[in-house]
Design a protein around this ligand. Structure first.
Ligand code: HEC
Length: 142
């Protein structure tokens, strides 16, 4: 006799949101996926696995990011100034933010309601990349 509990959707919001702050929206990450496919995938791979450019997700990328104590805002700075490798700075700011949202999503950062913005990035100078959640489940820690 508990129809309400049974009917509750599996996506009910709870705990998770309190741990890792949400930085971008799903919609934004989807736009970023298109930007990535057009501007980044030929060197970094459609699955960010790396081709002529290094991988942008997975254990190798996580380890190098952790080793250098990379922050989310540093990563954005790097990408927006140095990438695409052959035409740096050729995307507009919105495209860089969108592609950054996509990369965050692929590295274990959960999506939230609002988009990643320059203002948000400015407050993230100390937030380490990748997300704690991704490293906890990523194995091979240390
Ligand atoms: C023409 C090939 C090419 C394209 C296109 C390209 N990259 Fe790269 N990318 C590279 C290479 C090569 C490196 C390594 C550069 C270095 O270490 O100085 C790199 C490095 C990076 C890194 C640092 C990775 C690390 O482990 O240090 C990031 C992040 C990155 N690229 C993101 C992007 C994004 C996002 C795009 C699309 C907007 C993009 N790249 C487009 C070739 C490319």
């Amino acid at each position: 006799m508990a129809p309400l509990a049974a009917a509750r959707p599996a996506t009910g919001q709870s705990a998770a949101s309190a741990t890792t702050p949400t930085l971008y929206s799903e919609e934004q990450a989807n736009r970023g996926e298109t930007v990535f496919a057009e501007a980044c995938a030929r060197c970094h791979g459609a699955d960010l696995q790396g081709i002529s450019g290094p991988p942008l997700s997975g254990p190798i990328f996580r380890q190098s990011a952790q080793f250098s104590k990379l922050t989310v805002s540093q990563l954005f700075e790097f990408v927006s100034r140095q990438m695409p490798y052959d035409t740096p700075g050729s995307l507009n700011r919105r495209q860089y933010l969108d592609v950054m949202a996509f990369i965050l999503g692929k590295n274990g950062f959960p999506a939230g309601r609002s988009s990643l913005t320059e203002e948000k990035l400015a407050t993230l100078k100390l937030m380490l990349f990748p997300a704690a959640a991704a490293t906890a489940t990523g194995g091979g820690k240390q």
